[in-house]
Design a protein around this ligand. Structure first.
Ligand SMILES: [Zn+2]
Length: 324
C-alpha cells in the first residue's frame, strides 16, 4: 500500500510551473476496464455542467498525494510550445537506451531526469522557457538516430516514444498525454520516482528544479540545418495508400492520417495494428484494427477497443461539446 503523502502548496506550485503546458488534462480511471484490465485515461468532465474540468492546483495536489492520477499534455496549442520533452521507453532493455540517451544528452550539457515506470522508464528534459514542439522533436529524433536507439512507429513495433508526438496541433486537438510524474500509477498501484533524489516530494521537486534547463538559443544551435528524419515523420512512408491532397476543410477526423503502422488490404478493409492495443503491448501481429477502404470513417478493433480508446491512443480524443 502506498503511503499517504502531503503535497505542500510550494510543491504544487513548482510542479505546475515545471510540467503544465495547458489546462486540459486526462485522468486515469480508478477501476480497470472489465475486459482489458487496463486503467485508461480520459478527459474529466464536471458532473453538473458536462464541461471539461480545468487543471487546477487542487487537481495537482490530489495527483501528488496519490488520490488520483493525471496525464499531462505536451503542447500548448496557442504557442505550439512545450515546457518539456519526455521520452517513454517500455520495451525489453529499454533502460539501456534511456541511459545511453541521458549520457549523450549530457555531452550537450542537457541534464535529463530519469523517472522509473512500470516497465522501463521516462526520460525528462526541461527548458528555460517553452520551446517549439517541432524543434524539440528534431533534436531528440536526430540523437536517437545517431545512437541507433529504436523509435516506435518508424516501421518498428518497439522503440522510444517522444512526447510531444506532434510538431503542431490543429485547432481543437490535444495531442498525446503522458502520466504526470510522481503520481501513483493505478495499474501498478505504486508511485514511480526519479532516480536523482530521495523519495520524497520535496527532494524530488528540488532535484528537478536544480537541473540545468535548455535555452531556446541552445536548442536552435543543436537543430540548425536539421529536419525531422523522413522515416520518423510518423506519416506515410510508402505508397500503401494515398493521403487526401487537400487539407481537411472541416474538423472531421480522418483515421488514415493518424495511423503510423503498415496497412494491408484484406478484402474491403485495410488491416493494421490497433493503436490502443499497441499502447498496452498487444496486437503484435498488427491485424486487430480494420478500416473500411471505401469509407474510413468506419473502423473496428477486433479485440474490442472502443472508438474512444482508439481515438485517445491516436492523440485525437473524441471532442466534447464545449463552448471554448
Ligand atoms: Zn484494440
Amino acid at each position: 500500500m502506498e503511503q499517504v503523502l502531503k503535497a505542500r502548496p510550494e510543491v504544487v506550485r513548482e510542479y505546475f510551473r515545471l510540467f503544465v503546458n495547458r489546462r486540459a488534462f486526462t485522468i486515469q480511471s480508478k477501476k480497470p476496464h472489465p475486459e482489458s484490465g487496463r486503467h485508461y485515461y480520459f478527459r474529466p468532465k464536471a458532473k453538473a455542467t458536462g464541461k471539461p474540468v480545468c487543471l487546477s492546483d487542487r487537481v495537482l495536489k490530489q495527483h501528488l498525494e496519490g488520490e488520483s492520477t493525471i496525464g499531462l499534455y505536451a503542447i500548448n496549442p496557442a504557442t505550439q510550445r512545450c515546457k518539456w520533452v519526455a521520452i517513454d521507453a517500455d520495451y525489453k532493455d529499454s533502460m539501456e537506451d534511456l541511459l545511453k540517451l541521458q549520457y549523450y544528452l549530457q555531452e550537450d550539457e542537457v541534464q535529463a531526469a530519469l523517472e522509473m515506470s512500470k516497465r522501463g522508464g521516462h526520460l525528462w528534459i526541461f527548458f528555460e522557457r517553452p520551446l517549439l514542439a517541432r524543434e524539440c522533436r528534431i533534436y531528440i529524433y536526430d540523437l536517437a538516430l545517431k545512437l541507433q536507439v529504436p523509435v516506435k512507429g518508424a516501421g518498428l513495433v518497439e522503440g522510444i516514444e517522444v512526447f510531444p508526438k506532434h510538431d503542431e496541433l490543429q485547432q481543437g486537438e490535444f495531442g498525446n498525454a503522458i502520466r504526470g510524474p510522481l503520481g501513483v500509477h493505478r495499474g501498478a498501484k505504486r508511485r514511480f520516482w526519479f532516480y536523482g533524489a530521495d523519495y520524497t516530494l520535496e527532494h524530488q521537486m528540488a532535484y528537478l528544479k536544480r537541473l540545468r534547463k535548455v535555452s531556446e538559443e541552445e536548442l536552435r544551435r543543436y537543430v540548425a540545418g536539421k529536419s525531422l528524419p523522413t522515416e520518423l515523420m510518423g506519416r506515410r512512408r510508402d505508397g500503401d495508400h494515398a493521403l487526401p491532397t487537400s487539407r481537411p476543410t472541416s474538423l472531421e477526423f480522418r483515421i488514415l492520417e493518424h495511423i503510423n503502422s503498415k496497412l494491408r488490404k484484406v478484402g474491403r478493409n485495410y488491416v493494421t495494428r490497433c493503436p490502443s492495443c499497441a499502447d498496452s503491448g498487444h496486437d503484435r501481429s498488427g491485424d486487430n484494427l480494420a478500416i473500411r477502404i471505401d469509407d474510413p470513417r468506419f473502423y473496428k478493433c477486433w479485440a474490442g477497443c472502443t472508438k474512444e480508446m482508439i481515438r485517445e491512443a491516436l492523440g485525437c480524443p473524441i471532442r466534447f461539446r464545449q463552448s471554448a
